[in-house]
Ligand binder design. Sequence first.
Ligand code: ZN
Length: 307
Amino acid sequence: MLEWATQKVPLDSPSLRDIVSCIKTGLDDNFANTSVDVVQCPDLREPPFNLAAPGLCGNPRIADVGGPANLHPFPKWDRRYSFLDLATLMEMPKDKGFLIGAGAGDWTQVGQNSELMPNLSYEGDAMKNLTHYAKVEKDGSVLCERYAPECHTGGLMANLFGSDGSPGEVLKITAAIRRGKLNFTDAIQAALKDAYGGRTISLGGVFVIKQGKANMHVMPDFSKEALETGEDVKKWLRFFDMRAPMVCLSVFHSHDPGLDLRMEHTHCFSDHNEGGHYHADTTPDEVSYEAYFNIAEVLYRIDRPQK
Ligand code: ZN
């Protein structure tokens, strides 16, 4: 196993019940209809979620792996990460684990650069890999489909929520009809920041965009030109309005405890071959979200790019 440098920060996490009211207040500033409750997680293996484990409980943790500095100005070809190695570095139990999140695909698998929606679990020697990826086709269209089940690697970067994948209590959040400026994850993140300031609250989980459309980007194949600035990257990315229903795997933090974290990262997939990196819903009168999140107890910064 490659020994990626790893920093670990245990978090002083509040309970799920502690954060209900502040999230509700933040969402009410941005959406007409909202609810926030602590519930028993529904079986996330079932539609519409289609995840690789039933729940988000047991040893909840988040890892930020690599980062955009591995992509630009030029890709770092040695940055390919095995999710099983990452699970080990995240100190997940050997016999049972579940990883979901947002990252980049392994180009040696896909044949080009791509967005990745990691969604895999293991129990004993049995692996269940329901990961999706999305790529830009030669004609400029998007294709989102299942990753090869035997492929357990990603490239460049990943933001991962890890747990035992067990059933248990989670946060259920619904929001519909957007009236404010913030998208779904930003509204929750801002509410936590308002309430907790310099204390880090880190959430991971899944949400479904049930109605409407959302703006997503998909990375095209690697640029031959150097991507020097944020503006260069923005011009290089391809943006699309994609149709609900979309399943979105999400990790975000209210505060960076000095780990050079990506503060929010959400990737979405569907069974209609659309998927990508979530920016915002684009049909505010129609949009409807349903989310299940858990709070991480510990953060891992793995292979943090050198400044
Ligand atoms: Zn992304």
